[in-house]
Design a protein around this ligand. Sequence first.
Ligand SMILES: NC(=O)c1ccc[n+]([C@@H]2O[C@H](COP(=O)([O-])OP(=O)(O)OC[C@H]3O[C@@H](n4cnc5c(N)ncnc54)[C@H](O)[C@@H]3O)[C@@H](O)[C@H]2O)c1
Length: 259
Amino acid sequence: MRAHAWSKGCLQGQVAVVTGAAQGIGRTISEQLAYTGVNLMLADLSEEKLDKLRGELTSEYGIDCAHFVGDLSNESTVKELGHRARAELGPVDILVNCAGGGVILPFLEHTAETLKQTVDRNLWTVIWCTREFIPDMRDRKYGRVINLGADSVRNGLPDHAGYNAAKGGVHGLTTGLAREFARYGVTVNTVAPCAVATPQLAHFLESQPELAQKFIDVIPLGRAGELDEIASAVIYLALPEASFITGQVLSVNGGSTML
Ligand SMILES: NC(=O)c1ccc[n+]([C@@H]2O[C@H](COP(=O)([O-])OP(=O)(O)OC[C@H]3O[C@@H](n4cnc5c(N)ncnc54)[C@H](O)[C@@H]3O)[C@@H](O)[C@H]2O)c1
């Protein structure tokens, strides 16, 4: 992990739920939050990966850390997550809606199933998790909701229409919820990455080099984002110091869209 602009333990005692925590961006966000001293509920589909991460974060940072396995596109599963998080860690201050992932296909090559998967993973997870955790934030007059959106919503990347429909929904929720909950001290923002250096991108560059290269070519900085570069933006928005930022979609994109 890189050095940070914030100090170790600066959020000691706060509680965060991170969805999609098992790998990639969500895992890195969890590591960075653990560094700030936040107690964590890690949620995802993979028991093995979550259990391993929980062990690592607990021993390295001495935080309270629990994990929850389940499909967060189901309302009843998310209710169970809410119950577990409150019972094991207490009221939640920070919700990071990171579960998601694209099914990247030309629009007409999608099937009903792949479209449904895309919307389930990227939009329903955010809707149900936000509905589960934002009422406590409202009642306690403090909260941070940070979603992972996508810069492709802004630049219309090739083969991203289905994915953008779902992530565009997340961007739309962000502004609406920010206005609705501002009066309660709850901020709602979205971090929108361009292509990120994950194993999936490496695989994509091998299996469909021409298409994958287009995702890099739109980035003026000439490379994919690093996991820590995306996670750092999320952590900043989770800090009390980010209290005057709400309803924003912050592109972390090497300049691939500007303004
Ligand atoms: N990697 C990129 O290039 C990129 C670019 C823009 C946006 N994003 C977004 O950032 C987020 C993280 O991306 P990543 O590259 O780390 O993805 P990833 O696929 O490596 O990780 C996503 C995690 O979400 C989990 N997940 C998906 N659906 C779920 C569900 N229904 N219930 C519970 N967990 C579920 C997966 O199991 C997985 O562990 C995603 O929302 C993604 O859409 C990624």
